[in-house]
Design a protein. Structure first.
Length: 273
């Protein structure tokens, strides 16, 4: 199927606004970094060619939907592109069921939009969920990364913490907090992050994006004595967001049901059995 994203007039206007923010961000990192960047691809060395834009899918700003935002660490192999234009190959029938990242996101979005009424065993396949989103032109979620420098190494799938640190240094968020501006622009109701705090990146950088002082009512979800999620509330300029931090969405050793779907449903819909 030839997937395409058909934005409403209003959402196209929002896309234009987001494009201005992305261009200003690219201008900042390009001004700061005059040297070449090692992102694993020798043909992409400038900040502009390493920078991967991110954003929302159709339906995100529809008033009938909860705005669901997924926050990852870094883009992969899409330097110089808008990640939405590169997802189409992942949305192919031969790929979507095998792609941990997208499969788990589709399951979670489906569960949230159905208010937790479906057990994991009763939800459709990721492909069926995607096809219905496409049919209705209503995806209703957004995906962003805290680092916009794409890790384009052809074989190494480990997070490039040096590249992420370089991005934050080039961004100089202490002066203009582009990430905060992006978060305020998207203004989510639910924010789900991909294990942002439990890796080698300096927490000072993460705190610039998501300040500790904005979190409250924090707790955790366990499964068989294993902590599978942290959750609480995040204050975004007076808007209280439901916040959940899960394992990284691509983790190969985690289970869709116990480490992703069930924890989110338990947090957001605790009264549903």
């Amino acid at each position: 199927m030839d997937y395409k994203f058909d934005f409403s007039v209003y959402e196209q206007k929002k896309n234009d606004e987001l494009e201005v923010l992305m261009k200003n961000w690219i201008s900042q990192v390009s001004t700061k970094n005059k040297n070449t960047i090692d992102n694993g691809n020798k043909t992409k060395r400038s900040p502009k060619r390493c920078f991967a834009k991110d954003g929302f899918f159709p339906g995100y700003f529809d008033e009938k939907n909860l705005r669901i935002l997924f926050v990852g660490r870094e883009p992969r192999k899409i330097g110089g592109y808008d990640f939405r234009d590169t997802t189409k190959e992942c949305f192919d029938e031969t790929c979507i069921g095998k792609n941990n990242w997208w499969r788990r996101i589709f399951y979670i979005v489906y569960g949230i939009r159905n208010k937790g009424h479906f057990s994991f065993e009763d939800i459709p396949t990721a492909q069926e969920i995607l096809n219905k989103m496409y049919e209705k032109n209503d995806y209703g979620f957004a995906c962003i990364n805290i680092s916009k420098y794409s890790n384009d190494h052809p074989k190494n799938w480990q997070a490039n913490t040096k590249l992420v640190s370089q991005f934050f240094e080039d961004s100089e968020l202490e002066k203009t907090n582009f990430f905060k501006k992006e978060l305020e622009f998207l203004n989510p109701d639910v924010m789900i992050t991909a294990n942002l705090w439990d890796w080698e990146i300096d927490e000072h950088f993460i705190d610039l994006c998501l300040p500790n002082e904005n979190f409250s009512k924090t707790s955790s979800v366990t499964h068989n004595r294993e902590k599978v999620a942290e959750y609480g509330k995040y204050n975004l300029n007076g808007h209280e967001i439901d916040f959940i931090d899960l394992f990284h969405f691509s983790a190969p050793d985690k289970k869709d049901k116990y480490h992703y779907y069930n924890p989110v449903m338990k947090v957001l819909f605790p009264k549903i059995k």
